[in-house]
Design a binder for this molecule. Sequence first.
Ligand code: G3P
Ligand code: CA
Length: 268
Amino acid sequence: AKAAAKPGPGRAPVVVAHRGASAYAPENTLAAVDAAHDLGFAWVENDVQRTRDGELVVLHDESLARTTDVEEVFPDRAPWRVADFTAAEVARLDAGSWFGEEFAGERIPTLEQYLRRVEANGQRLLLELKKPTLYPGVESQTLKELANEGWLDRQHVARRLVIQSFEAGTVRTVHELAPEVTTGFLGTPAAADLPGYAAFTDQINPNHSTVTADYVSEVQALEGAHGRPLEVFTWTVDDAATARRVAEAGVDGIISNAPDVVRDAVGR
Ligand code: G3P
Ligand code: CA
């Protein structure tokens, strides 16, 4: 359906700290959550995957190699996929030293630990289900964990939680299992396909290189799954010129490793 109202002209986009404030602290760690908080950012984005024994953990790559010392700790376990390690093994890894010695000993958080830190900081979460086809049932498992931690109560659902994925089927499943939760689809569907997406998502979240004012207007002219104008949160914008360009195109949100740079450029 067509949306009743569009966002007001000139409204500054919301800025989301991507993988936490990951230009300043190791991505997807509690230190990156705190860095975003210290800079004054409410919204953090993260990536959720699963260990061999079924623990949800916060990690971007399928492999542990880039962001931990796994190659030293477990030299015989190439290609070091998180899905091949137990939660206890993952908990032994140093997820901070690769970024800077001052972060030595930082761990890969479980989703539970991550939710508790975001909650303690009074922050908000844009949770990405990363590679969900590798983890059957990850949608219901994540929702169960969110519920256990109090993240599906009215206040969180109304203002503090969005679940997004590159997999449309996963976004649809989240919407079906928990219709109250705000959802986002990562990608740039063709304009003709947008009404189909709007049935199960509240946000269309494209790479910044695909953002044009016309596309943003086409998205925002539709009603999303909750009857509000469909929103656009774009990623990953780390420089002032790109931030200004996508803000002028009318996006509702900008996801950034360096959220302070974006805030300075487009002002919120
Ligand atoms: O939040 C959007 C963005 O995180 C998607 O890309 O690869 O950084 O997870 P990626
Ligand atoms: Ca992500």
